[in-house]
Design a protein around this ligand. Structure first.
Ligand code: IFM
Length: 427
């Protein structure tokens, strides 16, 4: 079979997030782990993580030498603004150097401004639901864009807003450990307003300096398929989570309003037109059926898509679902798409080579269908701190010896490097 080719200029690299790799961060997550060690699978914390804050130069050089031409990282708000309105210039200079180091190594930086974590002062004043969170976020974002904007075009305001709202406020497995639909909706409204305020700050500062800027959230799309497609009941119970989790945030951005049932159609300043591309994080598909005993889950039972191989997280590996996600999102929103995350947890690097071939193949197919897909960022470069999963889920192209911090390329790191070099996806 002929290999499939990715277009010239297509962004190809890895995605990371500060708290998961840097070490030395004091934020809501580090306190949550210290107070609830039992909440982390296998124990562990991100006190040292993989020491990337100190090792970023060698780490990025290694990715560049493996022909990556893009790299996604996040700025840690708690480092940059340890007290409200007080900016740590060393921290800002650090992240500006990370962006420039990406460029020096041939990689386009894609920069996330908020990837799940919050400074303690914002946590203590209500987190995502604090009335002034959007204004606080806009000030922080403006500071970051001033400091990094000469090296950065691609911005992500907020990573996976629905995930952080559901896990922290509905399921209670992440900080702040709440279990309330009312609080989940309040967090979603806050995140929507934060995104709008952040997007406005990016546009204002970039325009003042005459710099181009591309702005999106990183939207986590989980494909929900009725367990029995011929059952009207399964179809109905799959629809609500699909709307709330996969479409509510994006449709609100397009409408410029807080759509129901999360809000009452209130207009949000800066929200309409806030997306210039669509960042897509995609991992898996799930079958959904009726469960009358699960009101907290909107009466839906979720299971990994039957008949698919499973990752070590138990997620179905379904490259077709990535193709359908890209197609549906493009058909509805008509925005260029960057795959800001796609990856597999795989203890022994047995599933990952086929995963990469199949998922990148699905991306090539969508491009052949005429869809404007601009990039693919594999989650993730190095095995890292996977939130409530601790260090038990290994998504990395590199393993890390956490005693010596040695990075060891897995076979799939070499396969990915070859795809980056040739732009060809083997069949
Ligand atoms: O580790 C996370 C990342 O922070 C956000 N998207 C999903 C990844 C894997 O679970």
């Amino acid at each position: 079979m002929t290999p499939r080719r990715l277009p010239d200029g297509f962004l190809l690299g890895c995605a990371t997030a500060a708290h998961q790799v840097e070490g030395g961060i004091d934020n809501d997550w580090s306190r949550w782990v210290a107070d609830h060690p039992e909440a982390i699978n296998g124990g562990g914390d991100a006190v040292v993580a993989i020491d990337h804050y100190r090792r970023y130069r060698e780490d990025l050089e290694q990715l560049g030498s493996m022909h990556h031409n893009a790299h996604r990282f996040s700025i840690e708000w708690a480092r940059v603004e340890p007290e409200p309105g007080h900016f740590d210039q060393d921290a800002l200079a650090h992240y500006a150097d990370v962006a420039r180091t990406c460029r020096r190594n041939g990689m386009e930086p894609v920069v996330t401004l908020q990837h799940f974590t919050l400074p303690l002062w914002l946590r203590d004043s209500g987190g995502f639901t604090a009335p002034d969170a959007p204004a606080q976020f806009a000030r922080y974002v403006a500071g970051c864009v001033e400091a990094l904007g000469d090296a950065v075009t691609w911005w992500v305001t907020v990573n996976e807003p629905t995930v952080v709202a559901v896990l922290g406020h509905l399921e209670g497995s992440w900080p702040p450990g709440e279990r309330s639909l009312r609080h989940t909706f309040a967090a979603l409204r806050g995140l929507l307003r934060m995104h709008a305020a952040g997007a406005q700050a990016i546009s204002t500062v970039s325009a003042r300096h005459g710099r181009p800027a591309q702005v999106s959230i990183a939207h986590h799309e989980r494909r929900f398929v009725p367990r029995d497609p011929s059952s009207p009941v399964d179809r109905a119970v799959a629809k609500l989570p699909d709307f709330l989790f996969n479409r509510w945030f994006l449709r609100s951005c397009i409408a410029g309003r807080v759509l129901g049932p999360v809000g009452h159609g209130e207009r949000v300043p800066g929200l309409a037109g806030s997306l210039s591309y669509l960042g897509l994080n995609h991992y898996t598909s799930e079958a959904v059926s009726l469960d009358i005993g699960a009101p907290g889950m909107l009466f839906a039972h979720h299971e990994a898509m039957p008949g698919m191989p499973l990752s070590s997280t138990g997620w179905a590996i379904d490259a077709g679902a990535l193709r359908r996600a890209i197609t549906d999102l493009f058909d509805e929103f008509h925005l260029p798409i960057v795959i800001t995350e796609n990856g597999v947890a795989d203890d022994h690097d047995e599933l990952r080579p086929a995963f990469l071939r199949d998922h990148l193949g699905a991306v090539v197919d969508t491009i052949a269908d005429g869809i404007d897909v601009r990039g693919y960022l594999y989650w993730t470069a190095w095995d890292n701190f996977e939130w409530a999963e601790g260090y038990t889920q290994r998504f990395g192209l590199f393993s890390v010896d956490r005693e010596t911090q040695e990075r060891i390329a897995k076979p799939s790191a070499h396969l990915f490097s070859e795809i980056c070099r040739t732009r060809e996806v083997p069949s």
